[in-house]
Ligand binder design. Structure first.
Ligand code: FE2
Length: 433
């Protein structure tokens, strides 16, 4: 007997009337109209069954700290960094773990079951690293948490000097942090930024690790560290294992230079992460009007075959006062900022919070196919575009075939003479003329 059978489901690739059979935590069959005895049988009623959402870029050490010790009055990146510096001396292991665990509860409710989080490694005590390693262990049954060693103050610029900052970063990796991070645009000079990319990529190559750098999170069109990241990736044979996060300077670059740069990114097999909620709020702050949007060139990168994901980046922290772990909200913003409004582009926005980050993170067994992990989200929507439009309710969330979250359908009861008794905001209930 099967453990779980979901039938009459629509899948993100457009197939409908599909059954998904689960045994021992894995999907064993995906076929139309399969009927078989199962301990749990769910009628999806034609709604969308998706693999879980993935956040390719987050800061879990800062999350839910909004208002501590004060709010970010200007809302700028620089005041956010200053505020984080004010908060750091007051952080405790218990508070970091408590906030991160609460965020992970939100994530599960939103069907977000894999998160790559950067963790600040400039504190010689590695307080946040220890806290997030504990969180990683505790949430492992329901969330894949990948940690990135993020030198927020710059490995070369940090107050304690390059040697000590590199040593602290290496100690974080020794403790079990998975990925090498960086922040080249924040180093003192362009040359130091390039040197930091070289040193950090060499470290990753030496240890067989992946790389994910905050790269060119700036409106300065001359911030070109992504070029060095692509070069080092190729030089060290790291193709497919390196991610450039943010790349907002590309928004402001000269088109001629970008026509050279994007093929270099594609050739090096770099993954790219845009963070639309944060880019649209933090970039362009020195502009009057016209005011730049700041998000990197997502449609152009996708057209060149680059694997682009959307990340949440921040939720209720020194940089951003909103956010709820809802990757459909992130996709919704990315779609608007990137003007990705064709049917194909809207579908890509859904992929940017599901299949694309699965590749960037190197997740094993992700997807809806025989042999994949039975990690599934049933959405109150017919297809990926409707899911984005409605930021659809996650009706049921499964991890390895076990139900870990559920929510009632989003329906408004109406008290209107001559009108239906309720609406669920669905397109398929509208008369077609
Ligand atoms: Fe970030």
């Amino acid at each position: 007997m099967l453990d779980l059978l979901v039938h009459n489901a629509s899948l993100p690739d457009g197939r409908s009337g599909m059954s998904v059979a689960v045994q021992d935590g894995r999907i064993v069959e995906v076929s139309p109209g399969l009927q078989a005895p199962a301990h749990e049988s769910v009628d999806a009623q034609g709604q969308l069954l998706s693999p879980p959402f993935i956040d390719a870029h987050f800061h879990m050490d800062a999350t839910l700290s909004y208002g501590l010790p004060r709010v970010n009055a200007s809302g700028t990146l620089l005041e956010g960094i200053a505020l984080w510096g004010e908060l750091k001396p007051h952080l405790t292991h218990e508070a970091l773990v408590g906030r991160a665990m609460a965020y992970c509860d939100w994530a599960v409710g939103k069907g977000l079951l894999a998160i790559r989080t950067h963790v600040d490694v400039c504190d010689p005590r590695l307080l946040a690293v220890d806290a997030l390693l504990e969180v990683k262990r505790r949430v492992a049954p329901y969330i894949d948490l990948q940690l990135v060693a993020f030198p927020q103050d710059g490995v070369l610029r940090g107050k304690r000097g390059p040697q000590e900052h590199m040593d602290t970063l290496k100690r974080a990796l020794d403790k079990g942090v998975d990925v090498v991070g960086g922040i080249p645009h924040f180093e003192r000079t362009m040359a130091d930024g390039a040197l930091s990319v070289k040193l950090l990529c060499e470290l990753a190559a030496e240890r067989g690790l992946r790389v994910d750098m905050h790269c060119d999170e700036s409106d300065d069109p001359l911030s070109r560290h992504i070029e060095t990241l692509a070069f080092e990736t190729q030089r060290l044979g790291l193709q497919g294992r390196v991610t450039g996060s943010h790349l907002t300077s590309m928004h402001s670059m000269d088109n001629y230079y970008v026509s050279k740069l994007i093929p270099l990114i594609a050739e090096a097999g770099l993954h790219v992460v845009a963070n639309p909620l944060i880019n649209i709020t933090l970039q362009g702050r020195h502009d009057s009007y016209p005011k730049r949007r700041g998000m990197t060139r997502v449609p152009e990168l996708l057209a060149a075959g680059v694997n682009v994901s959307f990340g949440q980046d921040c939720a209720m922290d020194p940089w951003y006062s909103l956010g709820s772990g809802d990757m459909l909200e992130v996709a919704h913003m990315g779609l608007h900022v990137g003007q990705m409004t064709s049917q194909a582009a809207m579908a890509q926005c859904f992929e940017a919070v599901t299949t694309h980050p699965a590749r960037a993170l190197g997740l094993e067994g992700y997807g809806i196919a025989a042999g994949c992990h039975a990690d599934l989200v049933l959405l109150q929507a017919s297809d990926p575009v409707e899911a984005i439009r409605l930021r659809a309710t996650r009706l049921r969330v499964y991890r390895r075939g076990t139900l870990i979250a559920q929510a009632p359908a989003n329906t408004s009861t109406l008290h209107l003479p001559g009108r239906p008794a309720s609406t669920a905001f669905r397109h398929d209930s509208i008369p077609r003329f």
